[in-house]
Every structure is written in C-alpha cells, then in structure tokens.
Design a binder for this molecule. Structure first.
Ligand code: TXA
Ligand code: MG
Length: 341
C-alpha cells in the first residue's frame, strides 16, 4: 500500500478527513501518543485497524470525538460523575468507559457492551475528527507490542506501507497514553493509569476512585489481599493483559534507594560491557515524572536503534504520575525487577 505522508495544513487535514470518510486509515498526532484512526462507526474500516497493527480483535479501540456533546452519540447513559470529569478534563488525556449504544459496532468495542471515549487536546486531531464528521476509533499508531509512538518518525517506522496516510505533526506533549477510567459502576475504576491521576479524579468527583487491582503490585496478578495473600486478578481492560511496549533488548529495572540503585546499575553495566554487550541506561530524575512520561517510549525506541543488548533502568516512585510511568516500564521489562536492599 502506498502511504501518503501529510502535514498539518488545512488541505492536508481535508484530504485525511476524506480518506477516513471513505473507510481508510490515517495516523495522526494527539497530545498523548500518535493514534491510528478509522471511522469508528464503520465496521470494515475498524477491522482494517486491527490488521494494520497486528492487534488481537478482542482488544477494543478508544473512540475519539471533537466536542464534548458528541459523547451523547455513543452512549445513552451519561452519569453525573461522567459529566463532571469530562467537563473538567476534556479536551485532555482522559478516556471514559461508558455503556455503548446500538450505533457503536461491536467490532469497535472488541465485542464489549461498553465503549471507551476520549476528546484529545491537540489541534490537528480535533480538526481532523471534526472535518471527517465521524467519531474516530484510534489505538496507538504502533505495531502491536511495540512501544507507543510519540514522534511522527516512530509511526513511519511501524506503519508506512500499512495505512493510507500519516499526518506528520510535532512530538507528543504527554508521551504516555491517556488514563482510562471505567464509569459504568457506582465507584469509578482506573483501568489504565495516565497523567490524570487517581488523586486528581477523586478531587474532581469528591469521592473515592479505585484502581483495577490487577495493576497494583507490579506484575498482573501479584496484588495481595488484605491478609497479604496473593490473589489472581486479571486486568479488566483487555489491552492490559497483552505483552506491550517491549524493546528488542533485554530490560532490567532496579528498584530501591536511589544512590544504591545507581551503584548497582554502574556495576552491572561494567560487567555487561566486559562480556561484550551493548548497554543502555535509563535513569530519570525522580522528582520529574512528567518528564519521564514524555521521554520514556522514545528512549526505548532509541535503545533499539542503537542495537542495545540490555537496558538497565532505575525505577521511579510509584505514586501519582510515577505510577503511570512505572506501569509502562514494568511491562517493557516483562516485570524483570531487581530489588536493591
Ligand atoms: O492516549 C490514548 O489513549 C491513545 C491516543 C491515540 O488517544 N490511544 C490508545 O489506544 O492508547 P489503545 O488502543 O492503544 O489503548 C486503548 C486501551 C486498551 O488498553 C483497551 O483495552 C482499553 O483502552 N479499552 C478500550 N475500550 C475499552 C472498554 N470498553 N473497556 C475496557 N477497556 C477498554
Ligand atoms: Mg496501544
């Protein structure tokens, strides 16, 4: 397939919108990561997204809209809580899971009765969605299993030849995917952490927000119950169970007191270098998790470009935005964690 590389000019966005209307695939920038878009209400178009990404078809899409009101077109049940958080955080890196109405094809929801919806905070994305006149299903624009794309060149590397068009925009501001929160129960539940934290949602709602227990304790299923017993929780969000974000290199995370971690990484690096390996180190400032979110996926791809054999990374504190970054880091490393006492 010949992939058109487009810019962000009005006529480029117009062309991209026409491709979407005709059932084609267009990758475009958002503030979180690049998305691979298709008309969310056209089952044939959505099927092509799964194929282009190599994505399992039970992993549902996030549907993107360009105005808050458009949520009404996808669901008949907007609760006060849903209204409160979409009013506060849209446009922005927040996805709400709500009951789907009959207009949403079940191929878009991966067969579920619920649909995930987000209004992105990025000008080109908003113009593209508005011009196309349809809600746009858009998973991250990477090949399934690869780190999410935060720069246009990442999308080109993964999807050139597999999609109709790629809009080349700026690097994504946030760098990790949106917070996904399930609003279908009495207590909102975070299914995927992002830079809109549990604390921020609780403050907006004036009530408790839960985190899917499968996301706690690092590895899925390693969360402990009140008595400290191991429980086998399966993630509620289908996407969270798949191997994700994986660099080609082996990756090891060092968790513990910062100075000791730095020492352990330095020692391991020496050992690996002596053994003839190419070593990359990822250490973010501990007090700047937003910066870590912005850089992380790009750093993974850069390590692959350099043909690293191993990536040695320092863990961040697992609270607030750090929790969201560590969720990605743990998965990239396949939960290969060394505890430094
Ligand atoms: O920031 C983002 O959300 C980016 C940009 C492009 O907007 N999109 C993105 O989409 O990350 P994707 O498809 O890579 O991740 C969607 C996540 C998956 O973990 C999926 O399982 C979950 O949302 N999801 C989608 N619909 C769901 C539903 N109805 N119930 C539970 N989880 C759902
Ligand atoms: Mg993704």
């Amino acid at each position: 397939m010949n992939t058109q590389i487009l810019g962000e000019k009005t006529e480029d966005i117009q062309l991209a919108a026409e491709i979407l209307q005709a059932g084609g695939l267009v990758a475009f920038p958002t503030e979180t990561v690049y998305g691979l878009g298709a008309d969310a209400l056209n089952p044939e178009a959505v099927k092509k997204v799964y194929l282009a990404k190599g994505r399992p078809s039970d992993n549902p899409m996030i549907v993107h809209i360009s105005s808050k009101d458009d949520l009404n077109k996808l669901t008949d049940e907007i609760t006060e809580d849903t209204l409160a958080i979409t009013e506060k955080f849209w446009p922005g890196p927040l996805t709400v899971v709500v009951k789907a109405n009959t207009s949403v094809p079940r191929v878009t929801t991966g067969g579920l009765e619920t649909v995930a919806v987000r209004m992105p905070n990025q000008e080109t994305a908003l113009k593209l969605i508005a011009k196309s006149g349809c809600p746009i299903a858009a998973p991250s624009a990477n090949l399934s299993g690869k780190p999410s794309p935060t720069k246009a060149v990442h999308v080109i590397e993964d999807l050139k030849g597999r999609v109709d068009a790629i809009i080349e925009g700026d690097d994504c501001l946030v760098g990790i995917e949106s917070t996904v929160v399930d609003m279908t129960g009495p207590t909102p539940m975070i299914l995927r952490p992002g830079i809109i934290t549990r604390e921020a949602l609780e403050e907006a709602l004036g009530k408790t927000v839960e985190t899917d227990r499968a996301l706690l304790g690092g590895k899925p299923g390693s969360a402990k119950d009140a008595e400290g017993k191991q429980e086998d929780f399966q993630p509620k969000s289908p996407g969270m169970k798949y191997k994700h974000y994986a660099p080609e290199a082996e990756m090891v995370i060092y968790r513990g007191e910062r100075e000791k971690v730095a020492l352990a990484i330095a020692e391991e690096k020496m050992k690996r270098l002596k053994a003839g390996q190419k070593v990359e180190v990822i250490v973010f400032a501990e007090d700047k998790p937003l910066e870590a979110a912005h850089e992380f996926f790009g750093r993974l791809r850069a390590c692959d470009k350099k043909d690293a054999d191993v990536i040695l990374a320092a863990a961040l504190n697992e609270d607030g935005i750090g929790f969201a970054v560590m969720n990605r880091m743990f998965k990239s490393a396949g939960y290969n964690i060394i505890e430094i006492e």
